[in-house]
Write a protein that binds this ligand. Structure first.
Ligand code: MRU
Length: 357
């Protein structure tokens, strides 16, 4: 039987799931044309899938990496002590796949901590391997529940008939389910609240066009795709009453790293007096990173800009700058919506309080 499966159109697309002792992962590079699940059985395959954006979005790459650790130790036959070292080795390796989304490091830290706890508790190697798989599955299940809560809080900010703009993809495809920024749209649909969503296409790799427009359309959400450079125009027409985006890392002062272009949208929102909301789980808030300037910004291959999707769109050899993320300073952020509620400025104090409660 082939290692790849074509999905029936009627099935609900899930970004990833544990199936038959392997990580079954939707290859997001192929969307929206093809829905192919890859069967990953090694940490190296998971590393490559994260690096090449087969799985992407901060929570989803954290979950994938947690399963990557499991795949590295699932047939381990040494001592429990040596198993902890193996978990640490695979976690260090998987942490090199992408630098910006803190959920990756958060999930790997959680797997390492679980392994150390199990050793302390005197677990056998077999018990530890089983418990590590359960931990990865728990990270996935918690993400789904968390996103639903984020959606409930976010929906309190929206009213029937509003136009809402989003950038990149912070939806079900970027998480275990629902997404962060897209969660309120799914909940609105359930509750019969009509929101008109505008999705920026999100150059250079089109997560907005290929993924956000795709998943919202499939769900039956009213979504209109626009090119990134149309956002100011639709705002000036009065069609947008709120912006909501996800994030890869929130610094302790409330500065927000998200997909390149998010900063421009925040500036446009400010110019049009439109609230700019950021939705994320607590696992995306990194109190150990003081400001946005301290967040590492991934730079990706120039071909994404000049030779995207198999077509040359710029002269061969031209200099290209291709940062994957930008920083939106906290003063442009109206509120940060988490599973624990909605936080407004001053962020440095209030984000800390979220973790204390
Ligand atoms: O490069 P990507 O596609 O991984 O970037 C994704 C984003 O920027 C998302 O907005 C962010 O990870 C939040 S996903 C809930």
């Amino acid at each position: 039987m082939s290692k790849e499966q074509q999905l029936e159109k009627s099935e609900v697309l899930q970004s990833l799931r544990w199936e038959d002792d392997a990580l079954s992962l939707l290859d997001q590079r192929l969307l929206p044309e093809e829905s192919i699940y890859l069967r990953l059985t090694t940490p190296e395959q998971v590393w490559e899938a994260i690096r090449e954006l087969k799985v992407r979005g901060a929570p989803a790459i954290g979950i994938a990496a947690a399963y990557g650790v499991v795949l590295g130790v699932d047939d381990f036959a040494g001592s429990a002590q040596d198993l902890v070292a193996e978990v640490e080795r695979h976690a260090e390796y998987l942490a090199t796949s992408r630098p910006t989304a803190v959920n990756l490091f958060w999930a790997l830290d959680r797997m390492k901590a679980r392994a150390r706890d199990l050793l302390q508790l005197g677990s056998t190697t077999t018990e530890m391997v089983k418990a590590l798989l359960e931990e990865a599955q728990l990270i996935q299940a918690e993400d789904e529940a968390t996103n639903r809560l984020i959606g409930e809080h976010a929906l309190t900010l929206f009213k029937d008939g509003m136009g809402v703009l989003t950038h990149c993809n912070a939806g079900g495809l970027a998480t275990a389910k629902y997404g962060t920024a897209l969660a309120p749209f799914y909940l609105a649909l359930e509750q019969g609240i009509h929101l008109k969503v505008f999705a920026d296409e999100t150059r250079p790799v089109l997560q907005g066009a290929r993924l956000t427009a795709f998943e919202l359309q499939q769900a039956g959400v009213d979504v209109t795709l626009i090119c990134d450079n149309m956002a100011g125009h639709v705002m000036s027409k009065g069609w947008i009453q709120a912006v909501i985006v996800g994030t890869d890392r929130v610094a302790a002062n409330g500065d927000v790293a998200n997909k390149i272009g998010t900063y421009s949208v925040a500036v446009l929102a400010k110019a049009h007096n439109i609230p700019f909301y950021v939705a994320c789980p607590l696992s995306t808030i990194d109190l150990s990173t003081p400001t946005g300037a301290d967040i590492p910004i991934e730079e990706r291959h120039p071909d994404e800009v000049s030779f995207g999707f198999g077509k040359r769109t710029a002269p061969q050899g031209v200099a290209v700058y291709n940062p994957a993320f930008d920083i939106t300073p906290n003063h442009l952020v109206t509120a940060i919506i988490t599973e624990k509620g909605i936080v407004t400025a001053p962020y440095d104090q209030k984000l800390k309080q979220l973790f204390n409660n």
